[in-house]
Design a protein around this ligand. Structure first.
Ligand code: FAD
Ligand code: UDP
Length: 367
């Protein structure tokens, strides 16, 4: 065999796995159907600004081992995500914190804010939240739900909040301090010089081929390597035999503007239902850029269909049950499935890296 591993997908999972395999003396070939490496963390340089082509990517983790791992390839800056929300032309701080409560109700102390929220939560009288709407109402009450959650969530997912799993909203912190940090994690930042630096360092010395679709040439590609690592859609791998898993997609509209500073923040969310996009990114602010021009991106959520990119798994009951069937089937094959698409999980970057490291450790330590 020419290669020990054929790795389908040059995203974070494929790149970390390839790096670890190469460290153990394994020969890898990484292929990707896209025209660039990095999967969804890929950045394109425009006007000297690293533009996150597939949406805002902020690295955050609580795990020192993962933080040290990524920092061993590239230095990270001190960027702290603190998005603003625009609801009907009023601005609010995110995540839900004392600044937001002051903007909403003019309450000035944590005790006042708690009393306000507790009263609203009690009015809902929800004991065991069964979906995203009930979960949100029982955490923050109706006011915040109506202004900052409902519209955003329903356009993001294209479904009613009553039909979405509760866990999605638990990603957002709720705190009673004046702290606009979107994440609770100990470590956070953006690679200095962009994510491509991280990917290029991970894949240094690894053979890569772009614009190669695994399914176009499956037999020939598989015959080149002993083992397969697959980071694409697991349902596609098995010819959709149990049905199609659902995903949510996005259209990104990038614009270069002849001005220095468009919105004063990297991320502004639009939380009402009427505006068709969910957020506007201004990329230079991820790296404190001082370029003369600026690049912004509007994110328009769309339904996923065959010719779109499957960005978000829709982890409701029906899809999760279907995924379990595919996962059980995959356990019979000697193939490594990993990453957001192959594990059908709403993974963040640090979780994908942790998963790739855990899988590679298990394989290479056993050898
Ligand atoms: P991907 O990056 O999707 O890589 C899979 C690769 O496989 C792709 O390049 C694809 O082209 C290739 N592929 C698939 N099928 C085939 C095939 N048949 N043949 C050849 N190649 C194939 N995480 C954070 O931690 N912080 C954030 O702020 C954050 N923001 C995000 C914002 C958006 C809009 C999105 C969509 C995701 C965000 N994430 C964020 C999540 C992050 O992007 C993922 O956790 C991570 O990039 C997933 O890596 P992966 O390798 O699993 O998948
Ligand atoms: N969300 C919301 N309002 C916001 C931001 C987020 O209601 O202003 C909800 C929405 O349901 C979203 C979820 O919280 O899908 C998770 O948000 P996050 O910012 O983590 O989403 P991602 O960056 O992964 O798209």
């Amino acid at each position: 065999m020419k290669y020990d591993y054929l790795i389908v997908g040059a995203g974070l999972f494929g790149s970390v796995f390839a790096h670890e395999a190469q460290k153990k003396g394994k020969k890898c070939l990484v292929i990707d159907r896209r025209s660039h490496l990095g999967g969804n963390v890929y950045c394109e340089e425009i006007e000297g600004i690293n533009v996150h082509k597939y949406g805002a990517h902020i690295f955050h983790t609580n795990d020192k081992e993962i933080w040290d791992y990524v920092n061993s390839f590239v230095a990270f800056n001190r960027y702290t995500n603190s998005p603003m929300a625009n609801y009907r032309d009023q601005l609010y701080n995110l995540p839900f914190n004392m600044n937001t409560f002051y903007q909403l109700w003019k309450v000035k102390t944590p005790a006042e804010a708690r009393a306000f929220i507790n009263k609203q939560v009690q009015q809902e009288g929800i004991k065991n939240p069964k979906n995203l709407e009930e979960q949100a109402l029982s955490l923050v009450g109706r006011d915040i739900y109506e202004k900052l959650i409902k519209g955003y969530t329903e356009k993001q997912w294209g479904r009613k909040a009553t039909e979405l799993p509760a866990f999605i909203i638990k990603r957002l912190p709720l705190r009673f301090t004046f702290d606009n940090n979107y994440f609770n994690d100990k470590y956070q930042g953006i690679p200095i010089g962009g994510y491509n630096k991280l990917i290029n360092a991970l894949l240094e010395g690894v053979e890569t081929r772009l614009e190669v679709d695994f399914f176009q040439d499956k037999t020939a590609l598989m015959s080149m390597a002993d083992k397969l690592v697959f980071t694409g859609k697991i349902d596609e791998f098995y010819d959709y035999r149990y049905g199609k898993l659902e995903y949510r997609s996005l259209d990104f509209k990038h614009q270069t503007l002849n001005m220095e500073n468009y919105q004063g923040n990297a991320v502004v969310n639009y939380t009402d239902a009427e505006i068709p996009y969910t957020r506007i990114l201004e990329h230079k602010h991820f790296e404190f850029g001082t370029q003369k021009k600026t690049v912004i991106t509007k994110e328009y959520p769309t339904e996923w269909s065959g010719n779109k990119e499957p960005y978000y798994p829709i982890n409701d009951k029906r899809n999760n049950e279907m995924y379990i069937k595919y996962r059980d089937l995959s356990l019979q094959d000697d193939i490594i499935f990993g990453g957001r698409l192959a594990e059908y999980k709403y993974y963040d970057m640090h979780q994908v890296i942790a998963s790739a490291l855990a899988k590679s450790k298990k394989i290479f330590n056993a050898q």
